[in-house]
Design a protein around this ligand. Structure first.
Ligand code: BES
Ligand code: ZN
Length: 892
């Protein structure tokens, strides 16, 4: 299977980029790499030796290499006998005749005069490279200390950028042992995956730090970091050293991460029943980092906001985020690093699993945070939304060129992946699930797997037909909608399944293209006030005896990856258990989430969903409110347009505002503005949510008070970090030039990254064109790190009043954006999605016209998804506008 795949030259029609997997006949076993970064000239020099096993005679060796200048290449026999390989004996060395670079395939081919017979060899390469500023490969990161610029050399290799640092076999299945040596100026800190074993003098002022060999691992997990760092350290229960590194001056922000990492490490060792194999686990905060964090084995790198907590200025949600990211990356040390996907098609195994398990770990370590309920909106809800598009992709997706690999780091791989694992875990039961994982990880340690290997493990342990159940969930795009109704005799529940689409047009289009009816095997828990039971639905229509006379909740606990459409009578019956909370928060949340989605797809009227909100009169759960307010905000985004002449649009907006005020005022009255000592974590979050949403809904008192608090904070009075998002957002949404100036100045001076993010996140909330233009300009200026530009620009696109400016800015700066973020990666894709709430024809047209002419590397699928979303929004708006206006007559 592997060989066939590897040998095959695949021509990818869509991107027209040729792509070849490296031959399976040249196997790297061990690398010896010495790198000397030059932080003044932003270059590096490298020497490497790779021990290879050649299993088929050849004249040429092809390795991955990108933007590297290869100076000499030589090959010597290494058949294993110590005499032959020893340097003293000067073994036969052959030098390459010719180096051929293939820029499209990112390869370098070394041709030799003599045929290389089968056997073991040492391949020696001397090369030079650039420490780039693109946050990929081996790159430089910058920070200011006492007004002086300092630099760090650091790496980010996933998915395919190890090849920018050293010529290598840059595919996840080409596992090898790496011996890394870094040549650094004396006094600098050098970090890599393992601990230093030897430090030797080099030329004047330099030393060579040699690190212990790594375990057998993939190239994308290697890391090197050189710079000035401070660190704190402690030990896990079993004695693994855990260290957190920051740039100078920030080490006081590392305590939370250190404490929590150790707890997480202890938890996983016990849960997976496999010891973490290295003596040390380093966590490093880097000021310029494109992703949130990266799981390099033993040397996890984070952007600062994903690792550092300042006790006075970080919020509860900052802590949640840091804990989640840490739990995610440490989980990868097993799932991903110890056992790795064979090819990127199975990326979801890494990311979906790590996303699932991060909640499991947090649920155990911080039970009061109620993380599984949050999962229902943050991951399950997000995945259900993306995967309802016709332009989604299957969890297991065929990928070729690196550009396409970047694209799949999306909500399908992460959140749908996590959701289907959760569905399976719930079906198998905790014990079977954990034992299945243990079996899988032990069996495939230091090796590579495909999706089916995970199913095989669960099947073996549980005795259930896991592969058969899971096949359609990973091989096919989309998911089912289960329609539930009572049969005429009123004693039988009928459940039918069909693929759910966010838009009726997509549904029709899809039916025309593919008439076959997919049937998913769906584990469904049906619950009532008396009992609950799990069924495995495997037909397009299935009937069940009615469990009881009262209410029926399908997908009890919301562990299934599907939506439910109740008949009117069954839905009405659910109002009572929502009101009296006989249903759990997760179930209450799921019902309203699906109602909003059904309004979008045209299955019900939007006003039906709004009517049903009455059932949430007594609601007091943070996450349920988050779901409801997200639903309402989405309506505002879709039905509200910029031009004030669009009277319908502003009537609907003011109706939605009044409804929001009516719903949230009781919560706000109960929780007030100030924390109560020892209050629930969820109340802290709910207070901020209520204030934020009331302010955005133009509640006069809330705006007034928010402004007062803001003014006080300007005078140095401490502002509760948990309220900052809300207060800043309200101030910006009603603010003017003066407020903008204040935010920009504060942004530039701020050193706590999480606080800078908070300020950046509200810059797009201003309403005046002129200000939003300034914001766009600022986002792309040197005052904003390239890693943070995208989130600021996105806020402009998410603002219904900012979309014209957003489009203009993207068009004008497209070249810069592609230079900075294109060429693989998933950043451009994130940026595109900001405009996807627009329901305006003119935005759709501009967007379509622009991307017809301009390729979006790494974001082609996102462009299609945004177009599908906008088309669907336009329809939705046309369909329900009048009805909504009528509904809101009472509110305005
Ligand atoms: N393996 C990824 C990092 C990554 C992302 C590399 C995209 C290359 C492209 C890492 O494990 C990850 O998933 N990071 C997340 C944070 C996580 C908590 C969801 C990220 O960077 O957003
Ligand atoms: Zn991950």
């Amino acid at each position: 299977m592997k060989e066939k795949q590897q040998a095959k030259k695949i021509k990818n029609k869509k991107s027209k980029k040729s792509f070849t997997r490296l031959t399976a006949h040249i196997i790297p076993l061990e690398y010896d790499i010495t790198l000397k970064p030059d932080l003044k000239n932003f270059t590096f020099e490298g020497v490497e030796t790779i021990i290879l096993n050649v299993t088929k005679a050849t004249k040429a060796l092809t390795l991955h290499s990108k933007e590297i200048d290869i100076e000499t290449v030589s090959l010597e026999d290494f058949s294993g006998s110590p005499e032959k390989s020893s340097r003293k004996q000067e073994p036969d060395k052959i030098f390459t005749k010719n180096i051929l670079y293939n820029q499209k395939a990112d390869t370098a081919t070394f041709t030799f005069e003599k045929t290389i017979r089968t056997g073991k060899y040492r391949l020696n390469i001397v090369f030079k490279g650039i420490l780039n500023d693109k946050m990929r490969g081996f790159y430089s990161s910058k920070y200011l200390l006492h007004d002086k610029e300092h630099h760090i050399a650091t790496t980010q290799f996933e998915s395919t950028d190890a090849r920018r640092a050293f010529p290598c076999f840059d595919e996840p299945a080409q596992k090898a042992v790496f011996n890394v040596s870094l040549v650094v100026p004396k006094g600098k800190t050098a970090i890599s995956n393992t601990l230093p074993v030897k430090i030797e003098e080099h030329e004047a002022g330099f030393e060579v730090i040699r690190f212990a060999p790594t375990p057998m691992m993939s190239t994308y997990l290697l890391a090197f970091i050189v710079g000035d760092f401070e660190f704190i350290e402690s030990k896990s229960k079993r004695g693994v050293g855990v260290r957190v590194f920051t740039i100078p001056g920030k080490i006081h922000q590392a305590k939370f991460a250190l404490e929590y990492s150790i707890k997480t490490l202890d938890f996983y060792e016990e849960y997976f029943d496999i010891n973490y194999p290295l003596p040390v686990l380093d966590m490093i905060a880097i000021s310029d980092f494109q992703a949130g964090a990266m799981e390099n084995w033993g040397a996890i790198i984070y952007r600062e906001s994903a690792l550092l907590i300042d006790e006075d200025h970080s919020s509860s949600s900052n802590k949640e985020r840091v804990a989640l990211v840490i739990a995610h990356e440490i989980a990868h040390q097993w799932f991903g690093n110890l056992v790795t996907m064979e090819w990127w098609t199975h990326l979801w195994l890494n990311e979906g699993f790590a996303t699932y398990i991060e909640y499991l770990a947090l649920d155990k370590l911080f039970p009061e945070w109620d993380m599984w309920t949050q999962f229902s909106t943050q991951d399950l809800g997000i995945a259900l939304r993306l995967d309802a598009l016709e332009t989604t992709h299957p969890v297991e997706v065929v990928v070729h060129h690196p550009d396409e690999i970047g694209e799949i780091f999306d909500e399908v791989s992460y959140s749908k992946g996590a959701s289907i694992i959760r569905m399976l875990a719930s079906y198998l039961g905790e014990e079977n699930f954990r034992n299945g994982l243990r079996y899988y990880l032990k069996k495939h340690s230091y090796k590579n797997t495909e999706t089916v290997h995970l199913w095989e493990a669960f099947e073996k342990i549980s005795g259930k037909p896991v592969e058969k159940i899971m096949k359609n969930w990973t091989a096919l795009p989309g998911y089912p909608l289960i329609k539930v109704e009572l049969k005429k005799n009123k004693d039988t529940l009928s459940l039918t399944q069909e693929r759910f689409f966010a838009s009726p047009v997509s549904k029709i289009k899809h039916k025309k293209k593919d008439n076959s009816k997919i049937v998913w095997q769906i584990p469904v828990i049906i619950g009532s006030n008396k009992r609950h039971k799990t069924y495995l639905i495997s037909k397009s229509e299935q009937s069940f005896e009615k469990i009881n006379q009262n209410w029926q909740k399908i997908n009890l606990g919301e562990s299934g990856f599907f939506r439910v459409a109740y008949s009117k009578e069954l839905l009405e019956k659910l109002a009572e258990p929502i009101l009296n909370k006989a249903l759990s928060a997760r179930d209450r949340l799921g019902i309203v989430r699906d109602l909003f989605a059904l309004a979008e797809s045209g299955d019900i009227k939007t006003t039906d969903a709004l009517e049903f909100l009455k059932a949430y009169k007594n609601e007091d759960n943070y996450t349920v409110w988050l779901e409801i307010t997200m639903g309402l905000s989405r309506l505002t985004q879709i039905f509200y347009k910029k031009e004030s002449s669009k009277k319908d649009s502003s009537k609907i907006k003011s109706g939605l505002d009044k409804l929001t005020i009516e719903l949230l005022t009781p919560i706000h009255q109960k929780l007030g503005w100030e924390k109560v000592a020892g209050e629930l974590h969820s109340d802290t979050l709910l207070r901020a949510l209520a204030i934020s949403k009331l302010g955005r809904a133009l509640d006069k008192n809330v705006i007034k008070k928010a402004k007062e608090i803001f003014e006080k904070s300007k005078k140095g009075i401490h502002l509760d970090p948990d309220l900052r998002n809300a207060i800043y957002g309200i101030v910006a949404s009603v603010g003017e030039e003066k407020e903008l100036k204040y935010f920009l100045e504060k942004y530039k001076k701020e050193t706590l990254h999480a606080e800078r993010d908070r300020l950046g996140a509200v810059l797009g909330d201003f309403t005046q064109d002129k200000i939003l233009c300034e914001v766009a300009h600022f986002a792309l200026s040197s005052d904003v790190r390239a890693q943070d530009t995208i989130s600021i620009l996105s806020t402009i696109g998410l603002n219904p009043l900012g979309r014209n400016i957003w489009l203009k800015c993207i068009k004008q700066n497209w070249k810069t954006l592609v230079y900075r973020y294109g060429d693989g990666g998933h950043t451009l894709a994130r940026l595109m999605k900001a405009i996807s709430f627009s329901a305006e024809e003119k935005h759709l047209k501009t967007f379509k016209d622009f991307f017809k002419k301009n390729p979006a590397p790494g974001a082609e699928r996102s462009v299609k998804q945004v177009i599908e979303k906008m088309e669907s929004n336009i329809l939705w708006q046309k369909r329900d506008k009048r009805d909504l206006k009528k509904f809101f007559k009472y509110y305005s």
